[in-house]
Design a protein around this ligand. Structure first.
Ligand code: FBP
Length: 554
């Protein structure tokens, strides 16, 4: 098989480990903290997680040594969207297992959680592992979005684990998948005591974070990839001086990706969904705000610019949120009727919806361009979420801005020229070669996963902290999954879930952005981060994101 020069060189990269894990296996010590409590709703969660609630935090360091040399069999799952570094989590887990005991085995479940349910596995061998070290993608074993939720699915997961003689399952995923890991850990503890489950924090969205998870893996590489592209577009915009670029950035609900890219590239405008929601802005107000900036730049003779738009924006605009919620309920409550109506023309679908939507939602729905209205009706994902990556918000905004500027021109309040191009950066960043940061972080997470299993723990998520320090000073350990949970309303019922971390308007990254955005809007202040550097001085090649540095200054 042909491989690129970079791939060949990356095979030779040796990920760095925290000092607590880089000693010989017999010398890795464990320090236990005090018992923990859930983030909220402690009583309810204590009742739901009778076997796994409230365990202590664990740190690997010089503490009491555990025997980590036992023969183990572990199964690993990649769950949800791709994120750079997933293969290195598996590599860290694999190397830890083999270092602990060369006879230990690692199985990969194929195609995500459904691989565990249906017992579709592959044994990961050293030659197989070596082909994927420091590479992006999840193609080694594949991923999937199946949620283990029914009694049958839990039972067949246990059956698979028994058939393979597993000691533990490692679930590499985002907030929903780690919630699933917590439920599976509880189920296994109740039905097969000793069969362990460990989670690992993955998602480019960066919204699985808290005191013990400073960032989810993949965020670093994805934002660096997008920021390179945005910088290139900014330079093009400033060279040609004739286009406004509307760039939608992946990230589902939270705007962490858009915010970090803005800090790295200093565009003219970056919308932050959480701020839109806090200010209860309407679509019209957002369009007016964009047009005001465009007009002010036009008055300076600058008929070009760059606007960043977070993928989840539409769900944070209160009127759009209400419309989406009504559509979700309508489509769920009238499933078979809707399936029939859906076969008809769009006019008939609209007429059917118009009869059922409330007044404000009806007029908003009917005012949307047909393409966008259709995208709002597309299938929901298995967790019931609207697939926001399919909604062309950038095109919606371009259309509305064009119209508003034409009105302003007619009224004599705008004298510029406006030509816009839309972009969506999402899939471009999910499978890039992991940056040194993600390569090291993921390997450390995987190795921590092994150490948690070898120490006999279950219901934990691998945690590696102090990430703005050099890797040897990182602090590896594990945090009980239940401490990250609260109860939330999902599909009409209260469910235990891991809290999603949205952008905090009082947080340092947003404050740094808010301090400078006025000047970026008017004056061209673009910053060009360039491509990810895999080799070179650590201050460049190992540099963590601005978000991490602002949230965890050294
Ligand atoms: P995860 O939360 O599973 O990591 O997924 C992240 C993500 O990339 C989102 O940013 C995006 O909205 C979604 O996946 C798209 O997923 P898909 O390609 O399955 O539609």
């Amino acid at each position: 098989m042909d491989i690129s020069v970079l791939q060949k060189l990356r095979y030779g990269y040796r990920p760095k480990l925290p000092a607590g894990l880089s000693r010989s296996i017999g010398e890795i010590g464990l320090e236990y903290g005090a018992p923990t409590e859930a983030a909220a709703d402690q009583e309810a969660l204590r009742g739901l997680f009778k076997h796994t609630y409230g365990k202590p935090l664990v740190t690997f360091g010089p503490g009491k040594q555990a025997d980590m040399g036992g023969k183990l069999a572990v199964g690993v799952i990649l769950s949800g969207g791709q994120a750079p570094g997933g293969h290195n989590v598996i590599a860290g887990l694999f190397d830890g297992l083999k270092k602990g005991n060369p006879e230990s085995k690692l199985y990969g479940f194929l195609g995500g959680p459904s691989g565990l349910i249906h017992n579709r596995t592959v044994e990961i061998t050293a030659p197989m592992m070596d082909k994927y070290r420091n590479t992006g993608g999840f193609d080694m074993i594949g991923s999937g979005r199946t949620k283990i939720e029914t009694a049958e699915q839990f039972a067949s997961s246990l059956e698979t684990a028994r058939k393979l003689g597993l000691s533990a399952v490692v679930i590499i995923g985002g907030d929903d998948s780690n919630t699933n890991a917590a439920l599976l850990a509880e189920y296994f503890e109740a039905h097969a005591r000793g069969l362990q489950v460990i989670g690992c924090p993955k998602t480019i969205d960066g919204d699985l974070k808290n005191e013990y998870i400073e960032t989810s893996f993949g965020f670093d590489t994805a934002v660096k990839t997008y920021s390179e592209l945005i910088g290139n577009i900014e330079r093009d915009a400033n060279s040609a001086k004739k286009y406004w670029h509307f760039i939608k950035l992946m990230g589902r609900s939270a705007s962490h990706i858009a915010l970090e890219c803005a800090l790295q590239t200093q565009p003219n405008i970056c919308l932050i969904s959480e701020e839109v929601e806090a200010k209860k802005q309407s679509l019209k107000q957002i369009v007016d705000q964009l047009c005001d900036s465009i007009s002010r730049r036009a008055a300076n003779g600058e008929n070009f610019g760059v606007i960043l738009i977070p993928e989840g924006l539409v769900e944070f605009i209160p009127e759009m949120k209400a419309l989406i919620e009504e559509l979700n309920d309508l489509m769920a409550a009238n499933e078979s009727e809707f399936a029939e109506v859906e076969k008809e023309s769009f006019r008939e679908i609209s007429a059917w919806l118009a009869r059922k939507l409330t007044g404000p939602s009806e007029s908003l729905f009917l005012s949307l361009p047909e393409a966008i209205a259709k995208q709002l009706l597309a299938d929901r994902d298995p967790h019931g979420n609207v697939q926001v990556s399919r909604i062309e918000t950038e095109k919606l905004l371009i259309g509305m801005v064009e119209k508003e500027l034409a009105d302003r021109k007619a009224a004599g309040t705008y004298g510029g020229s406006f030509s816009a191009l839309g972009h969506f950066f999402g899939y471009e960043g999910r499978c890039a070669f992991p940056s040194n940061f993600d390569a090291d972080y993921c390997y450390s997470l995987g190795f921590s996963g092994f150490a948690l299993i070898a120490a006999g723990l279950t219901g934990y998520i691998a945690s590696v902290r102090n990430l703005t320090a050099p890797a040897d000073q990182w602090i590896a350990g594990g945090a009980p999954l239940t401490m990250m949970m609260n109860m939330e309303r999902r599909h009409g019922a209260q469910k235990p879930v891991i809290r999603k971390a949205l952008v905090e308007l009082e947080g340092e990254p947003f404050k740094a952005f808010a301090r400078d955005r006025e000047s970026w809007a008017l004056t061209t202040s673009y910053l060009f981060p360039g491509a990810i550097q895999y080799f070179g001085p650590p201050e460049l090649a190992d540099l963590p994101t601005r978000t991490l540095r602002l949230e965890h200054p050294r």
